[in-house]
Write a protein that binds this ligand. Structure first.
Ligand SMILES: C[S@@+](CC[C@H](N)C(=O)[O-])C[C@H]1O[C@@H](n2cnc3c(N)ncnc32)[C@H](O)[C@@H]1O
Length: 355
């Protein structure tokens, strides 16, 4: 048994079944054995890959998007550029390289990575040495406009799963039975019907509704953007309206795995319900999207930039073109992945959303 399997089993034997969200949180973030705490999970050798790791163009276009917005906002002298869950730091490195010639932009930037994993912090430092690090968004200084980027962050936060049972909506837990973890609903689990959107409450028995994690971050994004100005760009895979279904999934060595089988050794994610992000973070802000990642990147000039890079570097041309298609084509990441922009209404509208 892995160390984490023993720890979780002992905890369940002692205290009874634990909510799926706690199980997911420990699998990913247990200080010693958590998935993100012990290794770099991305890339060919890892378990999955992400948009910034697929193509440099992803981070470059986001950089140009933010720099252009900053200029239209009057080039404020100081901005907090914050990335939530920056992985290897690739997106930020590409963003900075692409914007190096925008007059004054880099001088204005105070860069903070919000990252829980020491292993990934070291990776980020190797690519962006002049950043600061924070455990939580709440630790990032206030008082300057915020430019925030979160790519595949919300899908990695512990989500609660509510199941419609004969007694109403109750929280799904994880039990230890025999020699394995089994999802179940304790009979005496409280009724949580009020947490389910009214239009879904009458769903048939067995239906699952997921409550996305990241409530604190979403609330803070809202408060900071309203108080200090700026914009947040949230990119993730998921759906734009509330839906039902169990989307908890595990990835191991680029294959789907059983989320309860190898705690701490597989990546666990849920699909992001963008309606929940907007409900928590969108009040009194300009909300644009979500739109498909493909549409967003193409509106920012994906094809032109790819063609320019390919022309300048013929040996890599084929790779660059196929990587861009992977990011943007509808049958690849272009539709399932979506971009959402939240911004202070006194700021100009961010580009890429057909406004
Ligand atoms: C799926 S990865 C995405 C990485 C990166 N954005 C990319 O696109 O390659 C999730 C990232 O969020 C970080 N993370 C997950 N939960 C976190 C939390 N509660 N606080 C801070 N960082 C967290 C992980 O360590 C990792 O860097």
């Amino acid at each position: 048994m892995s160390g984490l399997k023993d720890i979780l089993a002992a905890q369940i034997r002692a205290n009874g079944p634990m909510p799926v969200a706690d199980f997911m949180g420990l699998c990913l973030g247990h200080p010693e054995h958590g998935y993100y705490m012990k290794k770099v999970p991305f890339g060919r050798e890892g378990d999955f890959t992400t948009a910034p790791e697929i193509s440099q163009v992803f981070g470059e276009l986001i950089g140009l998007h933010l720099a252009e917005l900053w200029m239209r906002a009057g080039s404020p002298a100081v901005v907090q550029l914050v990335e939530l869950g920056p992985g290897r730091g690739t997106l930020m490195a590409d963003l900075l390289r692409a914007t190096a010639r925008v007059p004054g932009f880099h001088d204005a930037l105070h860069i903070t990575f919000v990252e829980m994993s020491p292993v990934l912090r070291a990776e980020q430092k190797s690519r962006v040495p002049n950043a600061a690090w924070a455990d939580r968004l709440a630790d990032v200084p206030e008082g300057a406009p915020l430019l925030l980027v979160a790519n595949e962050f919300f899908d990695a936060l512990p989500a609660r799963q509510l199941v419609k049972t004969a007694h109403g909506w109750q929280e799904r837990h994880v039990d230890w039975q025999g020699d394995r973890f089994v999802p179940m609903v304790p009979e005496d689990a409280p009724r949580l019907d009020m947490l389910v959107p009214a239009e879904l409450r009458g769903a048939p028995q067995g239906s699952i509704f997921e409550i996305l994690g990241g409530a604190e971050e979403a609330t803070l994004i809202n408060r900071r953007l309203r108080a200090d100005g700026g914009a947040a760009l949230i990119i993730d895979y998921g759906h734009d309206r509330h839906g039902l279904g169990d989307t908890l999934q595990a990835m191991h060595a680029h294959e789907y795995a059983d989320p309860f089988e190898t705690p701490g050794d597989a990546d666990l994610t849920v699909h992001v319900d963008f309606a929940q992000v907007t409900a928590r973070a969108g009040e009194a802000l300009r909300v644009l999207g979500p739109v498909g990642q493909g549409r967003f990147l193409r509106a920012l000039g994906l094809d032109i930039r790819t063609a320019m890079l390919a022309k300048a570097n013929p040996p890599r041309a084929e790779h660059l073109v196929s990587a861009s298609r992977r990011l943007a084509d509808a049958d690849q990441m272009g539709t399932l992945f979506k971009a959402l922009s939240l911004s202070n209404p006194d700021w100009p509208a961010p580009a890429g959303f057909d406004t």
